[in-house]
Design a protein around this ligand. Structure first.
Ligand code: MG
Length: 374
């Protein structure tokens, strides 16, 4: 591995784990974090959770799992280019969506509404809750006992009220400090990944067209480049060549601008990174184009009639499940019934959030087909 940049996170400057453990043999602390995430139950469930398209709509669409792998790939590449800690970036990327509910954002928004009188629900906070508390794999502690740096990377945003309850990882929100550059980079790798794969999936599903996408400057520019070089290319190859250029352009821009920001702010150490404004950023030129792409996808894909139809169904399922368990917690699996004795609504939210799309659908049929609970 190349020598890390002086502002990279290293084991020497790590704030360590909540429960002290002997150092790992034959791998580093951040590799251990990554390994623990990959072996977790929550990680395996990502395979059957919706990204944008409901899991059963087609085998070729992204799921939360393939999305997370794409984010990890982008994060590692950009971390290496900047001399950062690739293992940390990979660990944060693989864990960043662990807290997502079934049925994508519709599931999260609905569960948040169900939880409005009980502290709300937020997938980002839930990812942290999974790695800190909910995974049951180790004899000595709850959760995965990850390093501080992986945990702070998972917690991308947080209200001040929640930050006060979270101890060490909440601290930076209270004092206005930044997380590591690795964490900042993963945040934008997430955006690069979903903007591009949603274009690809949206075209594959026939919900958006190449003609519509020509309104989006960065797409039009990359498409023209492909067509200039390969005048006869069409169909899937044209789409892939265009999308891969967009990914390359965005990643290269981000690396270049971040390096320029590091120089401009004379960042020399990790402490400097935490004190400086957010350093991982696109160039002035690309920023409005990223916004344009995002709002295009919002208007034309995420709010497309066919996507919205699945949202209504997802909302119904989450609301019915929440109400059914609230009225009869004995319908929960035993371990969740135990948790429900302390905080019924939170235990139910944890259980629903952990479901895959198809498990939620099956459980909804079990509870509601006879009309007994719904
Ligand atoms: Mg994501």
């Amino acid at each position: 591995m190349p020598t890390p940049a002086p502002y990279a996170v290293t084991e020497a400057v790590s704030q360590g784990r909540r429960f002290a453990e002997p150092p790992p043999e034959g791998r580093g602390e951040f590799q251990r974090d990554r390994d623990r995430i990959i072996h977790s139950t929550a990680f395996r469930r990502l395979e059957y959770k919706t990204q944008v398209f409901i899991n059963h709509e087609g085998d070729l669409f992204r799921t939360r799992l393939t999305h997370s792998l794409e984010v990890a790939q982008l994060s590692r590449s950009m971390a290496r280019a900047l001399g950062l800690n690739e293992d940390l970036a990979e660990a944060v990327a693989l864990a960043h969506d662990l807290g997502h509910t079934p049925f994508g954002h519709a599931g999260q928004d609905t569960l948040n509404e169900c939880m409005k009188d009980y502290g709300g629900f937020e997938h980002n906070l839930q990812s942290l809750r999974i790695v800190d508390l909910l995974e049951e794999r180790y004899a000595a502690f709850d959760g995965l006992n990850l390093t501080f740096e992986t945990r702070e990377g998972i917690l991308k945003h947080c209200t001040l009220a929640n930050a006060r309850k979270l101890g060490d990882v909440g601290q930076r929100f209270l004092v206005g400090a930044r997380p590591s550059l690795e964490a900042q980079l993963v945040n934008l790798a997430d955006e690069i990944a979903y903007n591009n794969h949603d274009v690809d999936d949206g075209l594959r599903a026939g919900l958006i067209t190449l003609e519509q996408l020509d309104e989006v400057a960065v797409f039009a520019r990359c498409r023209r480049e492909v067509e200039a070089q390969w005048p006869t290319v069409a169909g899937r190859r044209l789409i892939h060549e265009t999308v891969r250029r967009m990914i390359g352009l965005m990643a290269a821009d981000l690396v270049r601008q971040t390096a320029a920001n590091l120089a401009a702010h004379q960042v020399e150490t990790l402490a400097d990174v935490r004190r400086a404004p957010t350093l991982a950023a696109y160039s002035e030129e690309l920023r409005p184009q990223m916004r344009e792409m995002k709002s295009f996808l919002y208007d034309n894909l995420y709010r497309h009639q066919r996507v919205v139809q699945t949202i209504d169904n997802a909302r119904r399922i989450v609301i019915d499940l929440f109400d059914a368990y609230m009225s009869d917690p004995a319908q929960l699996p035993l371990q969740h019934q135990h948790r429900a004795q302390d905080d019924k609504a939170r235990a139910i939210a944890d259980y629903i959030a952990g479901m895959t799309d198809r498990w939620a659908t099956k459980e909804h049929q079990r509870l509601c087909a006879g009309g007994e609970f719904c």
